[in-house]
Design a protein around this ligand. Structure first.
Ligand SMILES: *[C@@H]1O[C@H](CO)[C@@H](O)[C@H](O)[C@H]1NC(C)=O
Ligand SMILES: *[C@@H]1O[C@H](CO)[C@@H](O)[C@H](O)[C@H]1NC(C)=O
Length: 459
């Protein structure tokens, strides 16, 4: 039960931080931070910092092949004329490690970026950021002064930090949709990293897209078909095939099964999801197909069924019931809350410590974000964390203190030993001299006695 930690979570769309460091004149004009947003493609190095000189793309829109990067790491271009993905791919091909794209309208950043992936986004391996039109125009003036082939300290120099929220225990939220194949891809890709992290301080929460059919219809004067719901329209899902035989009810039931499998055993969940993706394609057969997988893979069928059955409670007395018309389901209730935020960013999506993952959603990418969200990353994260030695040297630091402590102990031991030694040696020498003194005294007495005897005999 404690495995899925549900709570209404406040999602913070924390973006990266961009600062212009040089030239000072530009820093004065822009202020210390440049507003920006991240698109939903590309590989974003969460927890890392990139620093570099900036070139201007030629042509400015970055829609055609660009001159190879020479001394700069970043490239700037204007939005428009082609997709963002095309621009960033051109930047990557030219050898840049970051594309800075200036917006082409005054609307706030973020508002229209969600759908920017044109389907080729998975090809992009570098990050990109979008800055406001105002900042773009200011920066452009300075960036354009020096060409790609000119090497100079006068070039615009910037720092970009892809921040995460660091905690000692990392909370991962996966938002999924039972009938969405991309959800299964993400789960499948993440599975090996779940294994890697199984002994680490990571908590998981899996949210599925369902909704409350009673509140849904209210303001629309429309009632959702009860076929798409269970428990008197308490839990509904969108009909997966419109006119077809499947209904939202099939989805809701599968959400409950998958939630129970995960709650019971995370490892079994990943096995189930993998098989489900390949074998269960028709929503109307989810129930039969899902149970078949549970049996074939020898998952804990009894526990899973028990979890499902005991999650329906009578509205009036909160006892387990089989009459669903008068029941609520506490697992699905938790899912309704998590759905609130799932809808906000689309499905599938992942949030690590409430920071929504941006960029192309891959298992490795999620792993990287989790690793960088630890205050002290575990050793399985070695490959994902910049300057991992830093954490190892913290270990060496620890070793240093242990060695210092041991050295002090040895020193104290030696001093004590010395003192004891000294004490015994002194006592020995006292004893020796005492004996000698006694001897001398007795000799003296004998001598005197002898003398007086001599004197007596001489009388
Ligand atoms: C788009 O193309 C037009 C015509 O070639 C050009 O004038 C304009 O500057 C381009 N847009 C950007 C953002 O570079
Ligand atoms: C479920 O409860 C409702 C309301 O109390 C009742 O009308 C209905 O007959 C019950 N159904 C079953 C199968 O017991």
């Amino acid at each position: 039960m404690q495995f899925i930690l549900f709570f209404v979570c406040i999602v913070t769309l924390v973006d990266c931080e961009m600062k212009v460091l040089r030239p000072p004149e530009l820093v004065d004009r822009l202020g210390s931070k440049v507003q920006n947003a991240l698109p939903n493609f590309g590989v974003i190095p969460f927890g890392h910092r990139l620093m570099g000189y900036v070139d201007m793309a030629e042509p400015n829109d970055g829609c055609s092949a660009l001159q190879s990067a020479y001394s700069s790491q970043f490239i700037m271009m204007g939005r428009g004329n082609c997709s963002l993905v095309t621009k960033v791919l051109n930047a990557e091909k030219a050898g840049y490690s970051l594309a800075i794209i200036g917006n082409n309208n005054e609307s706030p950043l973020e508002s229209d970026l969600v759908m920017e992936d044109d389907g080729q986004g998975y090809l992009v391996n570098i990050p990109s950021i979008i800055i406001s039109q105002r900042d773009f125009f200011i920066m452009k003036d300075y960036v354009k002064r020096l060409g790609v082939l000119e090497v100079s300290d006068e070039k615009v120099f910037t720092l970009v930090k892809f921040d995460v929220q660091k905690t000692s225990r990392v909370l991962v939220t996966l938002s999924l949709d039972v009938s969405d194949r991309d959800s299964y891809r993400v789960v499948d890709e993440f599975s090996q990293y779940y294994d890697l992290l199984k002994n680490e301080e990571v908590g998981y929460k899996i949210g599925y897209k369902i909704f409350d059919g009673n509140s849904f219809g209210k303001d629309l004067d429309y009632q959702i078909d009860s076929d798409n719901c269970i428990c008197s329209r308490r839990y509904c899902a969108i009909d997966p095939d419109g006119e077809g035989v499947a209904s939202g009810r099939n989805i809701v039931e599968e959400v409950l099964r998958q939630s129970c499998i995960f709650e019971n055993d995370g490892k079994e969940y990943f096995l189930y999801m993998n098989a489900f993706n390949f074998k269960c394609t028709k929503a109307q057969a989810y129930n039969i197909c899902g149970n078949k997988i549970i049996n074939t893979l020898k998952l804990s069928a009894d526990k899973i069924n028990n979890c499902i059955e005991t999650s329906f409670l009578d509205i009036s007395n909160h006892h387990v019931t089989k009459n669903y018309t008068i029941a609520y389901n506490f697992i699905l209730d938790q899912q309704l809350h998590s759905a609130d935020f799932a809808g906000m960013v689309g499905v599938p999506s992942v949030a690590v410590n409430s920071v929504v993952y941006k960029g192309q959603l891959t298992g490795k990418g999620i792993f990287g974000e989790i690793c960088n969200s630890f205050i002290t990353p575990p050793s399985v994260c070695r490959s994902e964390v910049e300057n991992y030695q830093q954490f190892e040297s913290e270990g060496q630091h620890y070793l240093f203190w242990v060695m210092l402590f041991v050295s002090i102990l040895i020193a104290i031991f030696i001093i004590v030993l010395y003192l004891l030694f000294k004490k015994f040696v002194l006592r020995d020498s006292v004893e020796v001299t005492q004996v000698q003194v006694n001897e001398m005294v007795s000799q003296y007495i004998k001598f005197n006695e002898g003398k007086s005897q001599q004197r007596q005999s001489s009388f």
